[in-house]
Ligand binder design. Structure first.
Ligand SMILES: Cc1ncc(COP(=O)(O)O)c(C=O)c1O
Length: 435
Protein backbone atom coordinates (compact mmCIF):
# COMPACT_ATOMS: atom_id res chain seq x y z
CA UNK A 1 0.00 0.00 0.00
CA UNK A 2 1.55 3.33 -0.97
CA UNK A 3 1.20 6.74 0.64
CA UNK A 4 -1.81 7.77 -1.45
CA UNK A 5 -3.88 4.77 -0.31
CA UNK A 6 -2.81 5.04 3.32
CA UNK A 7 -3.66 8.75 3.42
CA UNK A 8 -7.08 8.09 1.89
CA UNK A 9 -7.65 5.28 4.38
CA UNK A 10 -6.76 7.56 7.28
CA UNK A 11 -9.24 10.20 6.07
CA UNK A 12 -11.87 7.56 5.40
CA UNK A 13 -11.54 6.38 9.04
CA UNK A 14 -11.68 9.95 10.32
CA UNK A 15 -14.69 11.18 8.31
CA UNK A 16 -16.81 8.16 7.28
CA UNK A 17 -18.56 5.98 9.88
CA UNK A 18 -17.43 2.33 10.05
CA UNK A 19 -21.05 1.14 9.68
CA UNK A 20 -20.71 2.23 6.06
CA UNK A 21 -18.80 -0.97 5.40
CA UNK A 22 -15.89 -1.69 3.05
CA UNK A 23 -15.01 -5.07 1.59
CA UNK A 24 -11.46 -4.13 0.48
CA UNK A 25 -9.04 -1.31 1.25
CA UNK A 26 -8.62 -0.32 -2.41
CA UNK A 27 -9.57 3.07 -3.89
CA UNK A 28 -10.67 3.10 -7.53
CA UNK A 29 -9.09 5.28 -10.18
CA UNK A 30 -10.79 3.86 -13.27
CA UNK A 31 -12.62 0.74 -14.46
CA UNK A 32 -13.27 -1.01 -17.76
CA UNK A 33 -15.36 -4.09 -18.53
CA UNK A 34 -14.18 -6.74 -16.01
CA UNK A 35 -11.41 -4.89 -14.20
CA UNK A 36 -10.85 -1.91 -11.89
CA UNK A 37 -7.57 0.02 -11.67
CA UNK A 38 -6.82 1.48 -8.26
CA UNK A 39 -5.15 4.78 -7.39
CA UNK A 40 -1.78 3.01 -7.26
CA UNK A 41 -2.21 1.65 -10.77
CA UNK A 42 -2.94 -1.94 -9.64
CA UNK A 43 -5.31 -3.89 -11.86
CA UNK A 44 -8.07 -5.67 -9.92
CA UNK A 45 -10.13 -8.49 -11.41
CA UNK A 46 -13.72 -7.81 -10.48
CA UNK A 47 -15.70 -10.87 -9.39
CA UNK A 48 -18.02 -8.60 -7.35
CA UNK A 49 -19.24 -6.16 -10.02
CA UNK A 50 -20.01 -3.49 -7.41
CA UNK A 51 -22.31 -6.11 -5.77
CA UNK A 52 -24.02 -7.29 -8.94
CA UNK A 53 -24.39 -3.87 -10.55
CA UNK A 54 -22.18 -3.73 -13.63
CA UNK A 55 -23.63 -6.74 -15.48
CA UNK A 56 -22.89 -5.05 -18.84
CA UNK A 57 -19.32 -4.34 -17.68
CA UNK A 58 -17.63 -1.27 -16.20
CA UNK A 59 -17.95 1.94 -18.25
CA UNK A 60 -19.86 0.26 -21.05
CA UNK A 61 -19.52 2.68 -24.03
CA UNK A 62 -23.29 2.84 -24.62
CA UNK A 63 -23.95 3.68 -20.96
CA UNK A 64 -21.20 6.32 -20.84
CA UNK A 65 -22.44 7.95 -24.04
CA UNK A 66 -26.07 7.97 -22.88
CA UNK A 67 -25.10 9.48 -19.52
CA UNK A 68 -22.99 12.24 -21.11
CA UNK A 69 -25.66 13.10 -23.69
CA UNK A 70 -28.40 13.23 -21.09
CA UNK A 71 -26.28 15.33 -18.69
CA UNK A 72 -25.83 17.90 -21.45
CA UNK A 73 -29.60 18.14 -22.07
CA UNK A 74 -30.82 18.26 -18.44
CA UNK A 75 -29.92 16.47 -15.22
CA UNK A 76 -33.08 16.88 -13.18
CA UNK A 77 -36.54 18.35 -13.40
CA UNK A 78 -38.18 15.93 -10.93
CA UNK A 79 -40.58 13.61 -12.76
CA UNK A 80 -43.38 14.83 -10.49
CA UNK A 81 -42.84 18.44 -11.63
CA UNK A 82 -41.89 18.31 -15.32
CA UNK A 83 -42.04 14.84 -16.91
CA UNK A 84 -39.63 13.42 -19.51
CA UNK A 85 -39.89 10.71 -22.13
CA UNK A 86 -37.00 8.59 -20.82
CA UNK A 87 -39.01 7.66 -17.71
CA UNK A 88 -41.98 6.52 -19.82
CA UNK A 89 -39.75 4.64 -22.31
CA UNK A 90 -38.07 2.75 -19.49
CA UNK A 91 -41.34 1.99 -17.68
CA UNK A 92 -42.81 0.59 -20.90
CA UNK A 93 -39.75 -1.55 -21.65
CA UNK A 94 -39.69 -2.95 -18.13
CA UNK A 95 -43.35 -3.96 -18.29
CA UNK A 96 -42.56 -5.91 -21.47
CA UNK A 97 -39.53 -7.63 -19.94
CA UNK A 98 -40.96 -9.00 -16.69
CA UNK A 99 -42.77 -12.36 -16.81
CA UNK A 100 -46.57 -12.36 -17.15
CA UNK A 101 -48.94 -11.53 -19.96
CA UNK A 102 -51.24 -9.13 -18.10
CA UNK A 103 -51.53 -5.33 -17.95
CA UNK A 104 -48.51 -3.97 -16.11
CA UNK A 105 -47.11 -0.65 -14.95
CA UNK A 106 -43.73 0.41 -13.53
CA UNK A 107 -42.65 3.05 -11.01
CA UNK A 108 -39.03 4.15 -10.71
CA UNK A 109 -37.02 4.87 -7.57
CA UNK A 110 -33.37 5.27 -6.50
CA UNK A 111 -32.38 2.16 -4.58
CA UNK A 112 -33.40 -1.44 -4.14
CA UNK A 113 -34.70 -0.81 -0.63
CA UNK A 114 -36.99 1.91 -1.95
CA UNK A 115 -38.45 -0.43 -4.57
CA UNK A 116 -39.08 -3.02 -1.84
CA UNK A 117 -40.75 -0.42 0.42
CA UNK A 118 -43.06 0.61 -2.39
CA UNK A 119 -43.86 -3.01 -3.27
CA UNK A 120 -45.12 -3.61 0.27
CA UNK A 121 -46.93 -0.25 0.39
CA UNK A 122 -48.77 -1.01 -2.87
CA UNK A 123 -49.65 -4.56 -1.79
CA UNK A 124 -51.07 -3.30 1.51
CA UNK A 125 -52.99 -0.50 -0.16
CA UNK A 126 -54.53 -2.79 -2.76
CA UNK A 127 -55.36 -5.70 -0.45
CA UNK A 128 -56.39 -3.71 2.61
CA UNK A 129 -54.38 -6.24 4.63
CA UNK A 130 -51.30 -5.60 6.76
CA UNK A 131 -49.23 -8.77 7.29
CA UNK A 132 -46.17 -9.52 5.17
CA UNK A 133 -44.34 -12.82 4.83
CA UNK A 134 -40.61 -12.82 4.08
CA UNK A 135 -37.95 -15.48 4.54
CA UNK A 136 -35.08 -16.59 6.75
CA UNK A 137 -31.91 -15.91 4.72
CA UNK A 138 -33.71 -13.15 2.78
CA UNK A 139 -32.15 -9.72 2.32
CA UNK A 140 -34.20 -6.74 1.17
CA UNK A 141 -32.24 -3.64 2.19
CA UNK A 142 -31.22 -1.37 5.05
CA UNK A 143 -34.18 0.98 5.52
CA UNK A 144 -36.52 0.29 8.43
CA UNK A 145 -39.09 -1.76 6.51
CA UNK A 146 -36.61 -3.56 4.22
CA UNK A 147 -34.34 -4.31 7.20
CA UNK A 148 -37.36 -5.66 9.08
CA UNK A 149 -38.08 -7.98 6.14
CA UNK A 150 -34.46 -9.18 6.15
CA UNK A 151 -33.82 -12.59 7.70
CA UNK A 152 -30.31 -12.07 9.06
CA UNK A 153 -29.66 -10.21 12.32
CA UNK A 154 -25.90 -9.53 12.26
CA UNK A 155 -24.89 -7.05 10.99
CA UNK A 156 -28.09 -5.77 9.36
CA UNK A 157 -30.49 -5.57 12.32
CA UNK A 158 -28.35 -5.68 15.46
CA UNK A 159 -29.16 -2.69 17.66
CA UNK A 160 -31.55 -1.12 15.15
CA UNK A 161 -34.88 -2.29 16.60
CA UNK A 162 -37.76 -2.02 17.18
CA UNK A 163 -38.60 -3.28 13.73
CA UNK A 164 -41.63 -2.65 11.53
CA UNK A 165 -44.58 -4.71 12.78
CA UNK A 166 -46.64 -7.40 11.02
CA UNK A 167 -43.67 -9.12 9.35
CA UNK A 168 -43.41 -12.91 9.59
CA UNK A 169 -40.33 -14.89 8.57
CA UNK A 170 -40.70 -18.31 7.03
CA UNK A 171 -37.91 -20.89 6.48
CA UNK A 172 -36.40 -20.82 2.97
CA UNK A 173 -35.57 -23.77 0.71
CA UNK A 174 -31.98 -24.14 1.90
CA UNK A 175 -31.57 -27.73 0.68
CA UNK A 176 -27.92 -28.01 1.77
CA UNK A 177 -29.08 -27.30 5.35
CA UNK A 178 -32.76 -28.21 5.15
CA UNK A 179 -34.69 -26.40 7.88
CA UNK A 180 -37.01 -29.44 8.08
CA UNK A 181 -34.17 -31.98 8.04
CA UNK A 182 -35.48 -33.57 4.86
CA UNK A 183 -33.90 -34.46 1.53
CA UNK A 184 -34.93 -33.27 -1.93
CA UNK A 185 -36.79 -34.64 -3.92
CA UNK A 186 -38.27 -37.13 -1.41
CA UNK A 187 -39.28 -34.14 0.73
CA UNK A 188 -41.86 -33.18 -1.92
CA UNK A 189 -40.78 -29.56 -1.31
CA UNK A 190 -42.44 -29.62 2.11
CA UNK A 191 -40.83 -26.26 2.97
CA UNK A 192 -43.03 -24.55 0.34
CA UNK A 193 -46.18 -26.54 1.16
CA UNK A 194 -45.59 -25.53 4.79
CA UNK A 195 -46.95 -22.09 3.98
CA UNK A 196 -50.42 -23.51 4.71
CA UNK A 197 -49.25 -24.45 8.25
CA UNK A 198 -47.50 -21.11 8.60
CA UNK A 199 -50.91 -19.42 8.38
CA UNK A 200 -52.12 -21.45 11.37
CA UNK A 201 -49.27 -20.50 13.71
CA UNK A 202 -48.11 -17.09 12.50
CA UNK A 203 -50.50 -14.96 10.48
CA UNK A 204 -53.99 -15.74 9.21
CA UNK A 205 -53.99 -15.96 5.41
CA UNK A 206 -56.83 -13.42 5.13
CA UNK A 207 -54.64 -10.86 6.92
CA UNK A 208 -51.58 -11.38 4.72
CA UNK A 209 -51.10 -8.67 2.08
CA UNK A 210 -48.06 -10.13 0.36
CA UNK A 211 -45.20 -12.56 0.36
CA UNK A 212 -41.79 -11.24 -0.72
CA UNK A 213 -39.05 -13.61 -1.79
CA UNK A 214 -35.75 -13.68 -3.68
CA UNK A 215 -35.50 -16.28 -6.49
CA UNK A 216 -31.96 -16.99 -5.29
CA UNK A 217 -31.19 -15.73 -1.77
CA UNK A 218 -28.29 -13.35 -2.48
CA UNK A 219 -26.86 -12.05 0.78
CA UNK A 220 -28.27 -15.19 2.43
CA UNK A 221 -25.72 -17.37 0.62
CA UNK A 222 -26.78 -17.77 -3.02
CA UNK A 223 -29.27 -20.37 -1.88
CA UNK A 224 -30.98 -21.78 -4.94
CA UNK A 225 -34.37 -23.41 -4.30
CA UNK A 226 -35.57 -26.46 -6.25
CA UNK A 227 -37.48 -25.83 -9.47
CA UNK A 228 -41.00 -26.44 -8.03
CA UNK A 229 -40.52 -24.24 -4.98
CA UNK A 230 -41.84 -20.93 -6.24
CA UNK A 231 -44.81 -22.30 -8.18
CA UNK A 232 -46.01 -24.04 -5.00
CA UNK A 233 -45.66 -20.80 -3.03
CA UNK A 234 -47.32 -18.80 -5.80
CA UNK A 235 -50.30 -21.18 -6.03
CA UNK A 236 -50.90 -20.98 -2.29
CA UNK A 237 -50.67 -17.19 -2.48
CA UNK A 238 -53.19 -17.18 -5.33
CA UNK A 239 -55.59 -19.39 -3.36
CA UNK A 240 -55.69 -16.84 -0.50
CA UNK A 241 -55.46 -13.62 -2.52
CA UNK A 242 -51.90 -12.90 -1.32
CA UNK A 243 -49.74 -10.77 -3.60
CA UNK A 244 -46.56 -12.56 -4.70
CA UNK A 245 -43.55 -10.23 -4.89
CA UNK A 246 -40.30 -11.42 -6.48
CA UNK A 247 -37.33 -9.42 -5.25
CA UNK A 248 -35.11 -9.65 -8.36
CA UNK A 249 -32.78 -6.87 -7.24
CA UNK A 250 -29.71 -9.13 -7.21
CA UNK A 251 -30.95 -11.84 -9.62
CA UNK A 252 -32.24 -9.44 -12.27
CA UNK A 253 -30.99 -8.29 -15.65
CA UNK A 254 -29.37 -11.49 -16.87
CA UNK A 255 -27.46 -12.47 -13.75
CA UNK A 256 -28.99 -15.94 -13.60
CA UNK A 257 -29.01 -16.61 -17.37
CA UNK A 258 -32.45 -15.15 -18.10
CA UNK A 259 -33.44 -11.51 -17.81
CA UNK A 260 -35.32 -12.33 -14.57
CA UNK A 261 -34.72 -15.51 -12.58
CA UNK A 262 -38.45 -16.23 -12.11
CA UNK A 263 -38.61 -17.06 -15.84
CA UNK A 264 -36.64 -20.22 -15.03
CA UNK A 265 -39.10 -21.16 -12.30
CA UNK A 266 -42.10 -20.62 -14.62
CA UNK A 267 -43.67 -18.20 -12.19
CA UNK A 268 -45.37 -14.92 -13.02
CA UNK A 269 -44.98 -12.71 -9.95
CA UNK A 270 -47.67 -10.10 -9.28
CA UNK A 271 -44.92 -7.58 -8.53
CA UNK A 272 -41.19 -7.56 -9.31
CA UNK A 273 -38.53 -5.33 -7.79
CA UNK A 274 -35.40 -4.52 -9.82
CA UNK A 275 -32.37 -2.32 -9.14
CA UNK A 276 -28.59 -2.90 -9.12
CA UNK A 277 -27.70 -3.92 -12.72
CA UNK A 278 -30.60 -1.89 -14.17
CA UNK A 279 -28.58 1.31 -14.40
CA UNK A 280 -25.18 -0.12 -15.37
CA UNK A 281 -23.71 1.75 -12.37
CA UNK A 282 -26.17 4.64 -12.07
CA UNK A 283 -28.58 4.57 -9.13
CA UNK A 284 -32.06 3.49 -10.20
CA UNK A 285 -34.65 0.92 -9.16
CA UNK A 286 -38.08 -0.17 -10.31
CA UNK A 287 -41.28 -1.71 -9.09
CA UNK A 288 -43.00 -3.47 -11.96
CA UNK A 289 -46.24 -5.43 -11.93
CA UNK A 290 -49.98 -5.75 -12.19
CA UNK A 291 -51.55 -2.42 -13.12
CA UNK A 292 -54.51 -2.90 -10.80
CA UNK A 293 -52.13 -3.14 -7.80
CA UNK A 294 -49.65 -0.41 -8.76
CA UNK A 295 -52.36 2.01 -9.86
CA UNK A 296 -54.26 1.59 -6.60
CA UNK A 297 -52.44 4.07 -4.28
CA UNK A 298 -53.76 7.64 -4.39
CA UNK A 299 -51.97 10.45 -6.24
CA UNK A 300 -48.91 11.47 -4.22
CA UNK A 301 -48.70 8.16 -2.38
CA UNK A 302 -45.68 7.01 -4.38
CA UNK A 303 -42.52 8.70 -5.63
CA UNK A 304 -39.70 10.91 -4.41
CA UNK A 305 -37.54 13.81 -5.49
CA UNK A 306 -35.00 11.82 -7.48
CA UNK A 307 -36.96 8.65 -8.43
CA UNK A 308 -36.28 7.80 -12.08
CA UNK A 309 -33.68 10.53 -12.47
CA UNK A 310 -33.21 11.29 -16.21
CA UNK A 311 -29.50 10.38 -16.25
CA UNK A 312 -30.22 7.06 -14.56
CA UNK A 313 -33.11 6.41 -16.98
CA UNK A 314 -30.83 7.12 -19.94
CA UNK A 315 -28.23 4.74 -18.50
CA UNK A 316 -30.84 2.05 -17.96
CA UNK A 317 -32.18 2.38 -21.51
CA UNK A 318 -28.58 2.03 -22.75
CA UNK A 319 -28.17 -1.11 -20.63
CA UNK A 320 -31.26 -2.61 -22.26
CA UNK A 321 -29.98 -1.65 -25.70
CA UNK A 322 -26.67 -3.37 -24.91
CA UNK A 323 -28.58 -6.50 -23.86
CA UNK A 324 -30.51 -6.47 -27.13
CA UNK A 325 -27.61 -5.73 -29.45
CA UNK A 326 -24.66 -7.49 -27.84
CA UNK A 327 -26.07 -10.85 -26.80
CA UNK A 328 -25.26 -10.18 -23.16
CA UNK A 329 -27.68 -12.82 -21.90
CA UNK A 330 -25.72 -15.46 -23.80
CA UNK A 331 -22.39 -14.01 -22.60
CA UNK A 332 -23.67 -14.30 -19.03
CA UNK A 333 -24.71 -17.92 -19.56
CA UNK A 334 -21.25 -18.72 -20.94
CA UNK A 335 -19.54 -16.91 -18.08
CA UNK A 336 -21.63 -18.92 -15.63
CA UNK A 337 -20.79 -22.20 -17.36
CA UNK A 338 -17.04 -21.49 -17.27
CA UNK A 339 -17.11 -20.15 -13.72
CA UNK A 340 -19.04 -23.26 -12.59
CA UNK A 341 -16.43 -25.49 -14.27
CA UNK A 342 -13.72 -23.64 -12.32
CA UNK A 343 -15.61 -23.99 -9.02
CA UNK A 344 -16.37 -27.69 -9.61
CA UNK A 345 -12.69 -28.27 -10.29
CA UNK A 346 -11.81 -26.58 -7.00
CA UNK A 347 -14.48 -28.64 -5.20
CA UNK A 348 -12.84 -31.78 -6.61
CA UNK A 349 -9.60 -30.74 -4.96
CA UNK A 350 -10.73 -29.15 -1.69
CA UNK A 351 -13.07 -30.98 0.70
CA UNK A 352 -13.73 -27.70 2.51
CA UNK A 353 -16.04 -26.77 -0.38
CA UNK A 354 -19.26 -28.33 0.85
CA UNK A 355 -21.52 -27.05 -1.90
CA UNK A 356 -21.22 -25.33 -5.29
CA UNK A 357 -24.51 -23.73 -6.24
CA UNK A 358 -26.28 -20.94 -8.04
CA UNK A 359 -28.06 -20.08 -11.27
CA UNK A 360 -26.33 -18.81 -14.42
CA UNK A 361 -23.40 -16.67 -13.36
CA UNK A 362 -24.77 -16.10 -9.86
CA UNK A 363 -22.49 -18.73 -8.34
CA UNK A 364 -21.06 -19.54 -4.95
CA UNK A 365 -19.08 -22.05 -2.90
CA UNK A 366 -20.05 -22.84 0.70
CA UNK A 367 -16.99 -23.43 2.92
CA UNK A 368 -17.20 -26.01 5.74
CA UNK A 369 -14.78 -27.65 8.19
CA UNK A 370 -15.73 -31.03 6.71
CA UNK A 371 -18.37 -32.31 4.35
CA UNK A 372 -20.00 -34.69 6.86
CA UNK A 373 -20.74 -32.28 9.68
CA UNK A 374 -21.17 -29.31 7.28
CA UNK A 375 -19.90 -27.05 10.08
CA UNK A 376 -19.56 -23.56 8.55
CA UNK A 377 -15.97 -22.27 8.35
CA UNK A 378 -16.18 -18.46 8.25
CA UNK A 379 -12.52 -18.08 9.35
CA UNK A 380 -11.17 -20.04 6.40
CA UNK A 381 -13.60 -18.18 4.13
CA UNK A 382 -12.15 -14.88 5.37
CA UNK A 383 -8.59 -16.09 4.81
CA UNK A 384 -9.33 -17.20 1.25
CA UNK A 385 -11.04 -13.93 0.43
CA UNK A 386 -8.36 -11.71 1.93
CA UNK A 387 -5.62 -13.60 0.10
CA UNK A 388 -7.59 -13.13 -3.15
CA UNK A 389 -7.90 -9.41 -2.42
CA UNK A 390 -4.18 -9.12 -1.78
CA UNK A 391 -3.48 -10.73 -5.15
CA UNK A 392 -5.90 -8.48 -7.00
CA UNK A 393 -9.09 -10.56 -7.20
CA UNK A 394 -12.17 -8.81 -5.81
CA UNK A 395 -14.59 -11.34 -4.41
CA UNK A 396 -17.03 -11.26 -1.50
CA UNK A 397 -18.47 -13.45 1.23
CA UNK A 398 -22.16 -13.91 1.96
CA UNK A 399 -24.40 -16.36 3.79
CA UNK A 400 -25.96 -16.33 7.23
CA UNK A 401 -22.77 -17.93 8.61
CA UNK A 402 -20.40 -15.75 6.54
CA UNK A 403 -18.95 -18.89 4.92
CA UNK A 404 -20.01 -18.54 1.28
CA UNK A 405 -17.76 -17.14 -1.46
CA UNK A 406 -19.87 -15.58 -4.19
CA UNK A 407 -19.31 -14.16 -7.63
CA UNK A 408 -21.20 -11.38 -9.36
CA UNK A 409 -18.70 -10.65 -12.12
CA UNK A 410 -19.67 -8.47 -15.10
CA UNK A 411 -21.39 -10.77 -17.61
CA UNK A 412 -19.09 -9.37 -20.31
CA UNK A 413 -15.85 -10.44 -18.59
CA UNK A 414 -13.48 -11.90 -21.21
CA UNK A 415 -12.05 -15.43 -20.90
CA UNK A 416 -8.52 -14.28 -20.22
CA UNK A 417 -9.59 -12.15 -17.24
CA UNK A 418 -11.87 -14.90 -15.96
CA UNK A 419 -9.05 -17.47 -16.14
CA UNK A 420 -6.67 -15.16 -14.29
CA UNK A 421 -9.34 -14.65 -11.63
CA UNK A 422 -9.94 -18.37 -11.24
CA UNK A 423 -6.19 -18.97 -10.94
CA UNK A 424 -5.94 -16.45 -8.10
CA UNK A 425 -8.92 -18.14 -6.45
CA UNK A 426 -7.11 -21.48 -6.63
CA UNK A 427 -3.94 -19.95 -5.16
CA UNK A 428 -6.07 -18.41 -2.41
CA UNK A 429 -7.37 -21.85 -1.40
CA UNK A 430 -3.87 -23.25 -1.55
CA UNK A 431 -2.24 -20.49 0.46
CA UNK A 432 -4.97 -20.35 3.13
CA UNK A 433 -4.34 -23.91 4.25
CA UNK A 434 -7.63 -25.16 2.76
CA UNK A 435 -7.86 -28.96 2.66
C1 LIG B 1 -32.32 -9.00 -3.07
C2 LIG B 1 -32.01 -7.60 -2.63
N1 LIG B 1 -33.03 -6.78 -2.30
C3 LIG B 1 -32.81 -5.51 -1.91
C4 LIG B 1 -31.52 -5.01 -1.82
C5 LIG B 1 -31.33 -3.58 -1.40
O1 LIG B 1 -30.88 -2.82 -2.47
P1 LIG B 1 -30.17 -1.41 -2.21
O2 LIG B 1 -28.85 -1.70 -1.55
O3 LIG B 1 -30.03 -0.81 -3.58
O4 LIG B 1 -31.09 -0.63 -1.33
C6 LIG B 1 -30.45 -5.83 -2.16
C7 LIG B 1 -29.06 -5.32 -2.05
O5 LIG B 1 -28.11 -6.05 -1.96
C8 LIG B 1 -30.70 -7.16 -2.57
O6 LIG B 1 -29.70 -7.98 -2.90
Amino acid sequence: MNEKTSQLLERRKRFVPKGVFNVTSYFAQSAKQGTITDVEGRELIDFAGGIGVVNVGHTHPKVVEAVCKQAERFTHTCFHVVMYQEYIDLAEKLTNLTPGNFPKMAALFNSGAEAVENAVKSARHYSGRSAVISFDCGFHGRTLLSMSLTGKVKPYKLGFGPFAPEIYHMPYAYCYRCPLNLNYPECDVACARNLENFFIKNAAAEEVACLIVEPVAGEGGFITPPKEYFSILKNICKKYGIIFIADEIQTGFGRTGTMFAMEQYNVEPDLVTAAKSMGGGLPISALIGRSEILDHPQIGGMGGTYGGNPISCAASLAVLEAFEEENILYKGQELGRKMKQGFDKLAGRYACIGDVRGLGSMLAMEIVTDRKTKTPDPDLTKKIISYAHEKGLITMACGNFGNVIRTLAPLTMDDETLDRGLKIMEQAFNQSGAK
